[in-house]
Design a protein around this ligand. Structure first.
Ligand code: AR6
Length: 171
């Protein structure tokens, strides 16, 4: 598997699947989630509502992942995952690692070979960047998958640098 860190907007990525840093409601929010729903159009929200009324009446759990259409995005699918909120009083690194592992498992069921991830949990959910980057890259590396290309797409310089360092450490 090739892993790269790039600067950019995840909604513009020409990949098979983009991962959304969603919340348990699956009904939208700010950050990456807001951008994906805005650019992808109402089809994504419709698919999320359908999932809520069928498979996930209580919402998607932290560390889980599920796919929908990508609507008008260049990607074919959006894989929604829910990162943990950071708290210094509890180690939630396993939950954060699960987001990447479970997203790649979903990508396998779809037959996706290129997947773009955002820096899950490092925005509204306040996970420390360097730690989150190491967890994300390690989890992707350690997951047995048919996905050939994993691209971490970072919005700002600080995130880009943290993920670039984590990718280098993992090589
Ligand atoms: N492309 C790539 N990265 C982006 C983009 C974009 N278009 N927009 C923001 N980022 P966040 P979280 C970066 O807050 O911490 C939502 O309300 C952003 O700068 O999107 O997992 C959900 O509904 C940051 O570095 O995700 C949840 O309630 C990173 O993406 C909650 O936020 C993640 O920030 C999830 O919070």
């Amino acid at each position: 598997m090739r892993i790269a860190a790039v600067r950019g907007d995840i909604t513009e990525q020409e990949v098979d699947a983009v991962v959304n840093a969603a919340n348990s409601s699956l009904l939208g929010g700010g950050g990456v989630d807001g951008a994906i729903h805005r650019r992808g159009g109402p089809e994504i929200l419709e698919a999320c509502r359908e999932l809520r009324s069928t498979r996930y009446p209580d919402g998607l759990g932290v560390g889980q992942a599920v796919a929908t259409t990508a609507g008008k995005l260049p990607a074919r699918w959006v894989i929604h995952t829910v990162g943990p909120t950071f708290t210094p009083s509890e180690d939630r690194s396993e939950l954060l690692a699960a987001c990447f592992r479970e997203s790649l498992k979903v990508a396998d069921t779809l037959g996706a070979s290129t997947v773009a991830f955002p820096a899950v949990s490092t925005g509204v959910y306040r996970y420390p960047l360097a730690e989150a980057a190491e967890i994300a890259v390690r989890s992707a590396r350690d997951t047995p998958t048919n996905v050939e290309n994993v691209r971490f797409v970072l919005f700002d310089t600080e995130s880009y640098e943290a993920f670039t360092a984590a990718v280098q450490h993992s090589e």
